[in-house]
Design a protein around this ligand. Structure first.
Ligand code: PRP
Ligand code: ADE
Length: 179
Protein backbone atom coordinates (compact mmCIF):
# COMPACT_ATOMS: atom_id res chain seq x y z
CA UNK A 1 0.00 0.00 0.00
CA UNK A 2 1.10 3.58 -0.68
CA UNK A 3 3.12 4.81 2.33
CA UNK A 4 2.07 8.46 1.92
CA UNK A 5 -1.61 7.44 2.02
CA UNK A 6 -1.03 5.30 5.12
CA UNK A 7 0.83 8.18 6.82
CA UNK A 8 -2.02 10.59 5.99
CA UNK A 9 -4.48 8.17 7.60
CA UNK A 10 -2.38 7.62 10.74
CA UNK A 11 -1.68 11.34 11.18
CA UNK A 12 -5.40 12.14 11.04
CA UNK A 13 -6.13 10.02 14.15
CA UNK A 14 -6.04 11.98 17.43
CA UNK A 15 -4.99 10.41 20.73
CA UNK A 16 -6.83 11.25 23.96
CA UNK A 17 -4.97 10.16 27.12
CA UNK A 18 -6.95 8.69 30.05
CA UNK A 19 -10.23 8.25 28.10
CA UNK A 20 -12.58 6.60 29.02
CA UNK A 21 -10.48 5.50 32.05
CA UNK A 22 -7.09 6.43 33.48
CA UNK A 23 -4.30 4.62 31.65
CA UNK A 24 -6.16 4.18 28.33
CA UNK A 25 -4.68 5.99 25.32
CA UNK A 26 -7.84 6.43 23.24
CA UNK A 27 -7.18 6.40 19.48
CA UNK A 28 -10.05 8.50 18.14
CA UNK A 29 -11.12 7.43 14.66
CA UNK A 30 -13.73 10.22 14.50
CA UNK A 31 -10.90 12.68 13.73
CA UNK A 32 -10.03 10.58 10.67
CA UNK A 33 -13.67 10.70 9.55
CA UNK A 34 -13.75 14.49 9.97
CA UNK A 35 -10.93 14.67 7.39
CA UNK A 36 -12.60 13.95 4.03
CA UNK A 37 -9.36 13.04 2.29
CA UNK A 38 -8.27 10.60 5.01
CA UNK A 39 -11.75 9.02 5.26
CA UNK A 40 -12.00 8.49 1.49
CA UNK A 41 -8.41 7.21 1.35
CA UNK A 42 -9.10 4.61 4.04
CA UNK A 43 -12.13 3.26 2.16
CA UNK A 44 -10.30 3.38 -1.21
CA UNK A 45 -7.38 1.34 0.20
CA UNK A 46 -9.76 -1.29 1.59
CA UNK A 47 -11.67 -1.44 -1.72
CA UNK A 48 -8.41 -1.98 -3.65
CA UNK A 49 -7.37 -4.75 -1.24
CA UNK A 50 -10.69 -6.65 -1.07
CA UNK A 51 -12.30 -6.21 -4.52
CA UNK A 52 -12.71 -9.31 -6.70
CA UNK A 53 -11.97 -11.64 -3.79
CA UNK A 54 -15.33 -13.41 -3.83
CA UNK A 55 -16.79 -11.94 -0.63
CA UNK A 56 -20.58 -12.09 -0.45
CA UNK A 57 -21.17 -10.02 2.73
CA UNK A 58 -19.51 -7.51 5.01
CA UNK A 59 -20.16 -7.66 8.75
CA UNK A 60 -19.46 -4.60 10.92
CA UNK A 61 -19.69 -4.36 14.72
CA UNK A 62 -21.51 -1.62 16.62
CA UNK A 63 -20.85 1.18 16.57
CA UNK A 64 -17.61 2.19 14.90
CA UNK A 65 -17.49 -0.88 12.66
CA UNK A 66 -20.59 0.50 10.93
CA UNK A 67 -18.74 3.68 9.98
CA UNK A 68 -16.22 1.82 7.81
CA UNK A 69 -18.05 -1.43 7.01
CA UNK A 70 -21.09 0.23 5.40
CA UNK A 71 -19.20 2.49 2.95
CA UNK A 72 -16.91 -0.40 2.06
CA UNK A 73 -19.94 -2.62 1.38
CA UNK A 74 -21.47 0.03 -0.90
CA UNK A 75 -18.19 0.47 -2.79
CA UNK A 76 -17.81 -3.30 -3.25
CA UNK A 77 -21.51 -3.82 -4.11
CA UNK A 78 -22.00 -6.19 -1.15
CA UNK A 79 -24.64 -6.50 1.54
CA UNK A 80 -23.81 -5.13 4.99
CA UNK A 81 -24.76 -7.02 8.17
CA UNK A 82 -24.68 -5.13 11.49
CA UNK A 83 -23.60 -6.95 14.65
CA UNK A 84 -25.17 -4.99 17.50
CA UNK A 85 -25.25 -4.53 21.25
CA UNK A 86 -28.13 -6.42 22.98
CA UNK A 87 -31.77 -5.58 22.31
CA UNK A 88 -31.23 -3.47 19.19
CA UNK A 89 -32.04 -5.96 16.40
CA UNK A 90 -35.75 -6.58 15.75
CA UNK A 91 -35.74 -10.09 14.19
CA UNK A 92 -34.63 -13.36 15.84
CA UNK A 93 -31.01 -13.09 17.02
CA UNK A 94 -28.07 -15.17 18.26
CA UNK A 95 -25.92 -13.70 21.06
CA UNK A 96 -22.27 -13.99 22.11
CA UNK A 97 -20.62 -12.47 25.20
CA UNK A 98 -17.04 -11.19 25.12
CA UNK A 99 -14.40 -9.30 27.12
CA UNK A 100 -13.28 -5.78 26.17
CA UNK A 101 -10.04 -3.92 26.92
CA UNK A 102 -12.15 -2.18 29.59
CA UNK A 103 -15.22 -4.28 30.51
CA UNK A 104 -17.61 -7.04 29.34
CA UNK A 105 -20.29 -6.89 26.66
CA UNK A 106 -22.59 -9.00 24.46
CA UNK A 107 -23.11 -8.84 20.71
CA UNK A 108 -26.06 -10.04 18.64
CA UNK A 109 -26.66 -10.89 14.98
CA UNK A 110 -29.88 -11.57 13.06
CA UNK A 111 -30.16 -15.32 12.55
CA UNK A 112 -31.28 -14.90 8.93
CA UNK A 113 -28.62 -12.33 7.95
CA UNK A 114 -25.95 -14.92 7.09
CA UNK A 115 -26.57 -17.94 4.88
CA UNK A 116 -24.51 -21.13 4.79
CA UNK A 117 -21.80 -20.56 2.20
CA UNK A 118 -21.59 -16.79 2.66
CA UNK A 119 -17.98 -15.60 2.39
CA UNK A 120 -17.70 -12.83 4.95
CA UNK A 121 -15.28 -9.95 5.46
CA UNK A 122 -15.42 -8.52 9.00
CA UNK A 123 -14.69 -4.79 9.43
CA UNK A 124 -14.10 -2.68 12.54
CA UNK A 125 -12.35 0.60 13.25
CA UNK A 126 -9.87 -0.77 15.78
CA UNK A 127 -8.29 -4.05 16.90
CA UNK A 128 -7.28 -4.15 20.57
CA UNK A 129 -7.62 -7.50 22.43
CA UNK A 130 -9.56 -9.03 19.54
CA UNK A 131 -12.47 -9.95 21.83
CA UNK A 132 -15.05 -8.08 19.75
CA UNK A 133 -14.05 -9.73 16.49
CA UNK A 134 -13.57 -13.15 18.10
CA UNK A 135 -17.22 -12.96 19.27
CA UNK A 136 -18.31 -11.66 15.86
CA UNK A 137 -16.54 -14.51 14.04
CA UNK A 138 -18.24 -17.05 16.35
CA UNK A 139 -21.66 -15.52 15.56
CA UNK A 140 -21.01 -15.73 11.79
CA UNK A 141 -19.54 -19.25 11.85
CA UNK A 142 -22.44 -20.53 14.01
CA UNK A 143 -24.77 -19.45 11.18
CA UNK A 144 -22.71 -21.32 8.56
CA UNK A 145 -20.81 -18.33 7.17
CA UNK A 146 -17.16 -18.61 6.19
CA UNK A 147 -14.94 -15.86 7.67
CA UNK A 148 -11.44 -15.57 6.18
CA UNK A 149 -10.52 -11.90 6.65
CA UNK A 150 -10.81 -9.05 9.13
CA UNK A 151 -10.01 -5.42 8.27
CA UNK A 152 -9.26 -2.54 10.65
CA UNK A 153 -8.19 1.06 10.37
CA UNK A 154 -6.15 0.83 13.61
CA UNK A 155 -4.28 -2.04 15.26
CA UNK A 156 -2.96 -1.83 18.84
CA UNK A 157 -0.34 -4.60 18.59
CA UNK A 158 0.58 -4.51 22.30
CA UNK A 159 -2.89 -5.88 23.16
CA UNK A 160 -2.45 -9.12 21.21
CA UNK A 161 -5.59 -9.03 19.08
CA UNK A 162 -3.86 -9.75 15.79
CA UNK A 163 -2.39 -13.04 17.04
CA UNK A 164 -5.78 -14.01 18.52
CA UNK A 165 -7.41 -13.53 15.12
CA UNK A 166 -4.59 -15.32 13.27
CA UNK A 167 -5.23 -18.25 15.65
CA UNK A 168 -8.87 -18.23 14.46
CA UNK A 169 -7.59 -18.69 10.90
CA UNK A 170 -8.16 -15.11 9.75
CA UNK A 171 -6.02 -12.93 7.52
CA UNK A 172 -5.77 -9.53 9.24
CA UNK A 173 -5.25 -6.14 7.58
CA UNK A 174 -4.86 -2.86 9.46
CA UNK A 175 -4.04 0.50 7.90
CA UNK A 176 -1.99 1.78 10.87
CA UNK A 177 -0.65 0.77 14.26
CA UNK A 178 -0.17 2.59 17.58
CA UNK A 179 2.06 1.27 20.38
C1 PRP B 1 -14.24 -0.61 20.40
C2 PRP B 1 -13.76 -0.63 18.97
C3 PRP B 1 -13.76 -2.10 18.65
C4 PRP B 1 -13.40 -2.74 19.99
C5 PRP B 1 -11.96 -3.17 19.98
O1 PRP B 1 -15.62 -0.69 20.42
O2 PRP B 1 -14.61 0.11 18.10
O3 PRP B 1 -15.05 -2.56 18.24
O4 PRP B 1 -13.61 -1.75 21.00
O5 PRP B 1 -11.60 -3.80 21.18
P1 PRP B 1 -11.22 -5.34 21.31
O6 PRP B 1 -10.34 -5.69 20.13
O7 PRP B 1 -10.48 -5.42 22.62
O8 PRP B 1 -12.47 -6.14 21.32
P2 PRP B 1 -16.52 -0.49 21.73
O9 PRP B 1 -16.86 -1.85 22.27
O10 PRP B 1 -15.85 0.48 22.63
O11 PRP B 1 -17.89 0.05 21.14
P3 PRP B 1 -18.31 1.35 20.31
O12 PRP B 1 -17.76 1.16 18.89
O13 PRP B 1 -19.80 1.25 20.33
O14 PRP B 1 -17.75 2.57 20.98
N1 ADE C 1 -11.32 0.36 21.87
C1 ADE C 1 -10.62 -0.44 22.69
N2 ADE C 1 -9.46 0.12 23.03
C2 ADE C 1 -9.42 1.33 22.42
C3 ADE C 1 -8.48 2.39 22.38
N3 ADE C 1 -7.33 2.32 23.05
N4 ADE C 1 -8.75 3.47 21.62
C4 ADE C 1 -9.92 3.55 20.94
N5 ADE C 1 -10.85 2.59 20.95
C5 ADE C 1 -10.61 1.49 21.68
Amino acid sequence: MNQASLALIKNSIKTIPDYPKPGIMFRDVTSLMEDGEAFKMSIDLLVAHYKDRGFTKIVGTEARGFLFGAPLAVALGLGFVPVRKPGKLPRATNAQSYELEYGMDTLEIHQDAIQAGDKVLVVDDLLATGGTIDATVKLIRDLGGEVTDAAFIINLPDLGGEQRLLDLGLDVLSLCEFE
